[in-house]
Design a protein around this ligand. Structure first.
Ligand code: ATP
Ligand code: MG
Length: 375
């Protein structure tokens, strides 16, 4: 499936068009193994299949070493897969050299040429393809304006802030009108405020161009905030792909539930007995399960705990933290030796040592062995 999007209408009567293509990217049973000099094999990407819809921004999210960069380099063609295929639209690009694939790549460290001006940096990919100078100049200017650095064209990289340098890198990645834009942790060198600003910029640029974009990050909040859909990855394996809110609210397993959420989800052991979910102190917190009796893990997001006189969970407050609009309390619950977090409304005071009761508006139950979620 391929669609085209026309963008960019300039003032003074003249209409300039930049046509960016939107294309579906399909990874089919993609596997990448590395063998070190002792013959030890690392499976960096393991039988990974996803369909990335044309024109969408997908966040590829997972802990360090889970295979995110490797996946990106496979899509870019910088690495060859051990097995599996990559399609751009209907075209099998698995064995196509990187320069033919039509990808734009942005790394964590901007990798700008320090001795070149911003203009020369952005134009560099066009010189490689021998585009006529005037055309290349116009295109570079257009891309610079798209990323809002049009007035910095004569500066050298060391005269720019980190966020501005990253925009130059993005403009350079866009200048050849790639079919796919690949971003590998593009914000991790920026301070908190610039990170926020630049990620909004990336979102805007992606929307304006409609280029299918894959954004790699290990930062769940970043992925949640800018992605149309996120793919959660662990140990080279795809865990789940869905809209950010769906992954958060309906995690497929305990890994995903724990990886998303700040403050993190509370996890504790419990038992399924006769279809009831029984806590260690004997309280029944949920009913209606069809699974056989077994030990399970319960996942409770801090905001799913509600203070209530008739709550089933009894807890003693250990710490009270005011976090902006909300209050977070850390409590010890009966029958357990670890703390749980609850986000509570600010309309009443909570004190250390006080006993409170909670009920839960929602909870997750995970298989005690493989962490799969029961629904
Ligand atoms: N060239 C290589 N040779 C051997 N092993 C490699 C090579 N590149 C990556 N690996 C291994 O493959 C696994 C995945 O690495 P990758 O760089 O894809 O992880 P990542 O998810 O990008 O991590 P990070 O968030 O730290 O960047 C890791 O175990 C890594 O050590
Ligand atoms: Mg990486």
């Amino acid at each position: 499936m391929e669609k085209k999007k026309e963008e960019f209408f300039k003032g003074d009567g003249e209409v300039q068009k930049t046509v960016h293509q939107s294309i579906e990217v399909r990874l089919q049973n993609l596997t990448k193994e590395f063998t070190d000099k002792f013959g030890k094999i690392t499976v960096a990407v393991n039988d990974f299949s996803v369909v990335i819809p044309a024109g969408k921004l997908i966040g590829l999210l997972g802990p360090s070493g889970c295979g995110k960069s490797t996946t990106l380099y496979l899509i870019a063609g910088l690495l060859k897969p051990t097995a599996g295929s990559i399609y751009f639209g209907d075209e099998d690009v698995t064995n196509m050299p990187p320069e033919k694939r039509g990808i734009g790549l942005v790394f964590q460290n901007y990798a700008l040429y320090p001795h070149m001006t911003v203009r020369q940096n952005i134009m560099f990919p066009l010189e490689n393809i021998k585009m006529p100078k005037l055309e290349a100049l116009a295109l570079a200017q257009e891309m610079a304006e798209l990323v809002h650095i049009g007035d910095l064209m004569d500066r050298k990289p060391n005269q720019l802030s980190g966020g501005q340098q990253q925009r130059v890198a993005i403009a350079r990645a866009l200048v050849k009108k790639p079919r796919v834009l690949l971003l590998d942790e593009p914000l991790s060198n920026l301070d908190a405020r610039l990170r926020l600003q630049t990620r909004e910029e990336i979102r805007r640029i992606q929307r304006e161009t409609g280029i299918t974009t894959i954004f790699v990050t290990h930062d769940q909040e970043e992925a949640m905030s800018i992605s149309d859909e996120i793919v959660v990855m662990n140990l080279g394996l795809k865990q789940q792909m869905d809209r950010p809110q769906s992954v958060y609210e309906e995690p497929i397993n305990m890994f995903v539930a724990k990886f998303l959420g700040n403050p993190p989800i509370n996890i504790f052991e419990a038992n399924l007995k006769g279809g009831q979910l029984v806590m260690k102190d004997g309280e029944v917190v949920a009913r209606g399960f069809t699974q056989e009796d077994q030990e399970v893990f319960v996942g409770l997001r801090p905001e799913y705990l509600r203070v209530s006189e008739k709550g089933e969970i009894t807890a003693k407050i250990d710490l009270v933290e005011h976090i902006g609009r909300d209050t977070m309390i850390l409590c010890i619950i009966e029958g357990y030796d670890h703390l749980i977090r609850a986000i509570v409304p600010n309309d009443r005071q909570f004190h250390v040592g006080e006993t409170v009761k909670f009920n839960c508006s929602k909870l997750f139950v995970f298989n005690g062995e493989n962490g799969e979620r029961y629904r």
